[in-house]
Design a protein around this ligand. Sequence first.
Ligand SMILES: Cc1cc2nc3c(=O)[nH]c(=O)nc-3n(C[C@H](O)[C@H](O)[C@H](O)COP(=O)(O)OP(=O)(O)OC[C@H]3O[C@@H](n4cnc5c(N)ncnc54)[C@H](O)[C@@H]3O)c2cc1C
Length: 469
Amino acid sequence: MTKKFNPVTPELLAELKNVLGEKYVKTDDDHLVAYQTDEEGNSYYFHKPEVVVFPGSTEEVAAVVKLANAHLVPLTPRSAGSGVACGAIPVYRGIVIELERMNKILTFDAENMYATCQTGVMTGDLQAEARKHNLLYAGDPSSAESCQIGGNVANNAGGNKAVKYGTTRHQIYSLKVVTPTGDIVDVGARLQKCSTGLCLEQLIAGSEGILGIITEVTVKLRPLPPYSFNMVCVFKSDEEAFALPNKILKAGIDPTSIEFMDNEALVMTCKFLDMPMPHVDDGCDYVIVTVETFDEGDSDRKMEKLCDLAEANGAIDVLEADARIWKLRKQFAEAARNIDMMFQTEDFVVPLDKIADITKQIPELREKYDLYCVTVAHIGDGNIHVLPLNVKKLSPEAWFEKIKTFHRDLFPRVYALGGKMSGEHGIGYKKKEEFSLCTPAGEVNMIKAIKKALDPNGIMNPGKLVDVD
Ligand SMILES: Cc1cc2nc3c(=O)[nH]c(=O)nc-3n(C[C@H](O)[C@H](O)[C@H](O)COP(=O)(O)OP(=O)(O)OC[C@H]3O[C@@H](n4cnc5c(N)ncnc54)[C@H](O)[C@@H]3O)c2cc1C
């Protein structure tokens, strides 16, 4: 589909500089190259913007959006650019609106357990601020030190604590949003329940920047559990490992995290970190379980129960883990990148009882498409990251084609089991075609109708999620 957008003209640049100030409007090639991609390493997807702007307030964001409409120029919102679905790549060029200057925690109310953040607050900074007050911000993507709260809301980021606390959408009370036509709107409220009108903050959460630009987020904070432990349950067989999460949940252990690393992921990451770990050389998988409690006795009881459960379910060893275990879990993507900049992070999600059904099909797919893959997973919520690695150093185009054929085979299998192609990374530009192929027409049409109604000129992050004429 070709979009009829206008190029960025000297007149538009002058108007942008008038609104933002000269130094916050960048057209030099260093900036344009830096914003041609997000976390994506395959140059096949790269697109350079014509200009990158750095607004400092909601009002400035609104003014930029109004100019983009007046000039019919596409606009791509961007937070930290750690996304892995090409969501922040300006596929129709135009303006990238980088929100990193809007990085203040505006309100931190420890007594009433909420905070209002500008969109550009780093997720790790919000977590650290909460900890200082003995509170928890429960959104916890592995990229917390390199992503921003607005980007997390836009993608409905998941991460390591979703089993217990849900994803980013479950952490929000309300949002301030600049609509695709440049109006400033507050949606949601700091309420424990609400049956008043449509739940628009939840419509914006996970909308990947196609329905507006989030400029402020009011989040829930929770009491910080003082006791916690990490256990590593070591398995010889994937199937036994995948059966464990449901049993842990049914036993009332109430874990914060249940993560999985297969042996190939363990070997790759241990080697990258030069950090030997037990049983990795024996071909074993890890299921990593974190439990947090408010009572020491409760913690001890849950640890004992977990050990018994894991052993009864085939674990060959159950070890209490130190901080190295989370270093290992969080560094696997860097280890993959170390092999080749181009790698694919699958992100499909299935019901918990179907994890084994989908993962046992992966060896067949690996052979069929001649792919080397490692697997890590948030198995407590059925979210599987199979990572095909470009060990054969294929060209960007050849790698793109290989992954496309792999997806056309993989995703129908995921959907046949009641799953979806993304549990937390979003669709973006990268999986847009597959999304329309796998999703019922009625659902795609509803998304298109909402997009058209809110963004009549189609300028807000075009080319992502769905194509709208
Ligand atoms: C090593 C690594 C580990 C990761 N681990 C996880 C994980 O555990 N869980 C997880 O969910 N993700 C994970 N991710 C992916 C990524 O970090 C998340 O998707 C994150 O939420 C992106 O945030 P960001 O600030 O970088 O947003 P960006 O990449 O800048 O943007 C993401 C999308 O949101 C849109 N957008 C950004 N800001 C706004 C805004 N203010 N208003 C409207 N739209 C906006 C963009 O247009 C784009 O479509 C990981 C990535 C890496 C590199």
